[in-house]
Ligand binder design. Sequence first.
Ligand SMILES: Cc1cc2nc3c(=O)[nH]c(=O)nc-3n(C[C@H](O)[C@H](O)[C@H](O)COP(=O)(O)OP(=O)(O)OC[C@H]3O[C@@H](n4cnc5c(N)ncnc54)[C@H](O)[C@@H]3O)c2cc1C
Length: 560
Amino acid sequence: MEAGGVHRLSDPADGRPLLLAVDPDPDALARITAELRRYERDYRVACIPSVEAALGQLEGLQEEGGRVALVLAARGQGGLLGEELLARVGSLHPLAKRGLLIDFGAWGDEETTTVIRAAMAQGHIDYYVLKPWNEPDELFHRTVSELLHEWRRANAEGRRELTVVADRWSPRGYQLRNLLARNGVPHAFHASDSEEGRRILEECGCPGSADPVVVGPDGRVFHDPTIEELATHAYRVPTALGEDDGEYDVAIVGAGPAGLAAAVYASSEGLRAIVVERESIGGQAGSSARIRNYLGFPRGLTGGELATRAYQQAWVFGTTFLLMREVTGLTPGGEAHVLEVGDERIRARSVVLASGVTWRTLGIPSLERFHGRGLFYGYSAADALAFEGGRAFVIGAGNSGGQAAAHLSLYAERVTIVCRREHITDTMSRYLIEEIGAAGVDVRQSTQIVAAEGEERLERVTLRHASGAEETVAADAVFALIGAEPHTEWLPDAIERDERGFVLTGGGEHMFETSAPGVFAIGDVRAGSVKRVASAVGEGSVVIHQVHRHLESLRPAPRR
Ligand SMILES: Cc1cc2nc3c(=O)[nH]c(=O)nc-3n(C[C@H](O)[C@H](O)[C@H](O)COP(=O)(O)OP(=O)(O)OC[C@H]3O[C@@H](n4cnc5c(N)ncnc54)[C@H](O)[C@@H]3O)c2cc1C
């Protein structure tokens, strides 16, 4: 460990990533130094007093390609301030996590409060960190560990529980990685032409494989698996019904935030519940790089993390899950409803539709042919890794577009938001506009992408301004986040919908009941819903109360 006056942070022979703490206060620095000792096995820990010296060292480290996992900096007084250092770290080492060290109670100081809020809004820090007070100070360690956990998750080396090796541009490889990321499955990805990728392919007996290869926790090798094989055999989630599944009190269609919340409340209140999900848990939220407005998570959390926690919570309470399976039909009945899932049937005394929405497609043929090879609908945090140093475009100026652009800017060399509207302020929240501004995201208003070119993958796009002026520019990726359509085409006429296909509710006794008694709709699929994670979760809890009332009105369930 380097402390006090030792100021040389780079050491090419030392492969450990750097964990750096900077605090000009000698007493605080001594306490931080003592606490950070426990990380020395895996990180090169350095604790130094000078903010200026830290900046110089971090600049040197960037030139050498050294890895930085976490920088903690106190504000200090005069000269270069800690928050300014952390803002610079964002451009020098974009993947490093950053925490502003503050004293206990400093939130009562107006200037510190303003600095923290501004730094969070501009994405200059991940969070504030209370300086250690006790020895050991587990509260301090909790924050440090969370930041390191996030860093490791985004920078997985070598093998993980699941390791994917694939061509960087292969749509199949992308599909597998996306599935794992959205389901919160710990995994590492290596491009098949990288040193590590080649080594793993040789080790598992498929050197030079053109198809994606997944190595499981027990060393089992899956050669170009389907997503169902991967789900069933590699991370073992249920994709078939049990032998004697009988009748459920409630069947929930969709495992987005609304469906997962309904599952947690149903199972925790003693109802026999099943959730059917055709893709990944988490729904749209699963693709969010950081949800910052969900109650109880002041630092924000990834949609994948939220979905995994909710899934585990429902599972522990006893919910049955059927994943990677699509509900294709519903026959409403008086005492029981029947859901069609392939050849199988699920009988349930009530049904909760939580099937959400899907992103609209662009319909530009020259761009559409790069779907999965440069054109992506929606955005997943896992996508960004493939575009490190590249040029990315985000179409859509809603909050989801802003979030995607802010996250992409950590990896891509240049990120541009393209929007038809004249003013991005019409559709994007102020905090995100500030964040993308600080991240250097370019915004092209009154502009559309009208064409695309490339050989194997997307290479160029043509932008057209409202004035008619056109420009063809280099492009590695286009992420389209342009509004959504409900998943309701499979529903029978008995379930009334509005002209856009959203399910109508509230005509009868219960607020979330559809036109078919005992069939409820919640979350984004419901006409008039607020398109937010928290409201979807709220509706998921309220609907179970209404399900109870409905079940009470039926004859008693058969004894099980
Ligand atoms: C990139 C992005 C970022 C976002 N960020 C935020 C944010 O920061 N804060 C916020 O509050 N909101 C955010 N949102 C919006 C939020 O994610 C949605 O409002 C929320 O996910 C809606 O939840 P839901 O459960 O109703 O539907 P969805 O999340 O759409 O989930 C529906 C699920 O149903 C499944 N399904 C559909 N049809 C079937 C079928 N026939 N059979 C089986 N399964 C089916 C789908 O596969 C899907 O998993 C974001 C959205 C996106 C896309």
